[in-house]
Design a protein around this ligand. Structure first.
Ligand code: CMC
Length: 437
């Protein structure tokens, strides 16, 4: 038996197998040869929610959840947040290397000149109800862009793929800002090509009658850093959706819409909005211990806490605390910060949370910052989706170029009835009663 193999003895047949080890895993298809008898389908693995299954190989993002490490293309997130702009990091995620000065300039110019959306898309946004959730508007508008750019279906053409990537990265802040202005009843503000990515976003959000919106430099930088932190996070729920939808060769606009839909859930990117609701519910620092007891007794979860991969402090949460200080210098402290800090302090000392390795995640503090900047909680997940669009697209592109790529199609363990015959409708009384019960 070779050293890099896993020896398996099937006690049903007493047959022995040598399963090659591949980068610390076994290929599930190698298990198919293990059969109880020649008619048997062969062994599968069962892994609901992918707790222990690598669905792809990727060279984009590295996470060590036990050590609290996050790297994009090998660069520690801390260094990227400290020294780079969001578009620089976007270039890195998409192309594998940081850009030279000239390439960065060209890249920024390119994205900046794709920020405008078609007037009919603007009209589509205007058709939403005044109180439509901005995330619903964002998701629907992304899907609608697929009708504006039918050439996006040409996913086998590398040049076309690149074009759609630039379009999407350029347009997501515009869609997000329009959704925000819509909820306030304000007219939409067209993009300003003289401004940086985040400054332009802030202008589209907050410009009123002044000829040019001047973003506060500290707030613009903090938002840029928050965008860097949210840009990619390997095979999370929404990225998995992006890859799965993209694997059917759907165009990148609908695939991104599907990924954004996955992000909107409260267990994923929707958690930042939920954190603010929780802090409102708690109301004051003094009521934190009682709230924690309630969670420990099984009544709900501490929102913004826990992570499938991080069993240590989320490195992004640490940088977010730094961003919070920068923002609060300008805006004054958000009073909710006091409640959040107390919640974190008590939870990190409590056996329930320590034992389960539950730490604050990226969503715990981001909402407090966004609120201090003037956003309503229903915008928080949209603010997550803007930068994550880059990660989704980098992963989509990598997936399409992967020689092992196939349409995503998991197996199942069927637990339903064996074959049975249809009973004519007039004779189904007893069966129908069983269903109603
Ligand atoms: N509060 C209290 N208990 C928790 C929490 C929490 N936030 N998270 C997990 N647990 C408990 C859970 O009840 C379970 O306990 P037990 O072993 O007694 O049954 C144990 O910890 C393991 O949790 P799990 O649900 O098996 O863990 P998971 O990996 O399936 O879920 C999670 C990860 C992020 C969905 C979960 O921690 C959670 O629901 N957190 C709150 C929502 C949240 O903040 N989501 C944002 C995640 S980070 C950003 C992103 O993904 O977008």
């Amino acid at each position: 038996m070779e050293k890099d193999t896993l020896s398996i003895i099937d006690q049903r047949t007493k047959a022995g197998y040598g399963i090659p080890l591949f980068k610390g895993t076994v290929r599930a298809m190698d298990l198919r040869q293990i059969k109880a008898d020649p008619e048997d389908f062969g062994l599968m693995t069962y892994d609901p929610a992918f707790l222990n299954t690598a669905s792809c190989q990727s060279s984009i993002t590295y996470i060590d959840g036990d050590k609290g490490i996050l790297r994009y293309r090998g660069y520690p997130i801390e260094q990227l947040a400290e020294t780079c702009s969001f578009l620089e990091v976007a270039y890195l995620l998409l192309n594998g290397e940081l850009p030279t000065e000239a390439r960065l300039k060209a890249w920024v110019h390119e994205v900046t000149h794709h920020t405008m959306i078609h007037e009919t898309t603007k009209e589509l946004l205007q058709g939403f109800r005044h109180d439509a959730h901005p995330m619903g508007m964002f998701i629907s508008t992304l899907a609608a862009l697929s009708t504006v750019y039918p050439d996006a279906r040409n996913i086998h053409n590398a040049e076309s793929r690149r074009h759609q990537i630039v379009r999407l990265i350029g347009k997501v802040p515009t869609i997000a800002a329009y959704a925000y202005r819509h909820s306030l009843g304000f007219p939409y503000v067209y993009p300003d090509n003289e401004l940086s990515y985040t400054e332009n976003f802030m202008s589209m959000l907050w410009k009123m009658a002044e000829p040019r919106y001047r973003a506060n430099a500290a707030l613009a930088r903090a938002l840029d850093v928050l965008f860097i932190l949210h840009a990619d996070h390997e095979q999370n729920c929404s990225t998995n959706v992006m890859r799965a939808v993209g694997s059917s060769h759907a165009d990148p606009f609908v695939a991104t819409a599907a990924a954004a839909a996955a992000l909107s859930g409260p267990l994923h990117g929707g958690a930042n909005e939920e954190v603010l609701k929780m802090l409102d519910e708690i109301g004051s620092k003094g009521r934190v211990p009682a709230y924690i007891e309630q969670v420990k007794a099984g009544h709900g979860k501490l929102r913004g806490f826990g992570h499938r991969i991080y069993k240590n402090y989320d490195p992004r949460a640490r940088i977010i605390k730094w961003a919070a200080d920068q923002v609060f210098e300008v805006t004054g402290k958000n009073p909710k910060l006091e409640i959040a800090l107390e919640l974190e302090r008590i939870a990190l000392e409590d056996e329930y949370f320590v034992k389960r390795k539950l730490y604050p995640n990226v969503d715990f503090y981001s909402g407090i910052i966004y609120q201090a900047m003037g956003f309503k909680p229903d915008m928080f997940t949209v603010l997550f989706a803007i930068p994550r669009t880059v990660g989704w697209l980098a992963q989509w592109h990598e997936m399409l170029e992967d020689p092992e790529k196939k349409i995503a199609r998991p197996r199942q363990i069927y637990t339903g009835y064996p074959e049975r015959n249809v009973i004519p409708v007039e004779k189904r009384g007893v069966q129908a009663l069983a269903v109603e019960r």
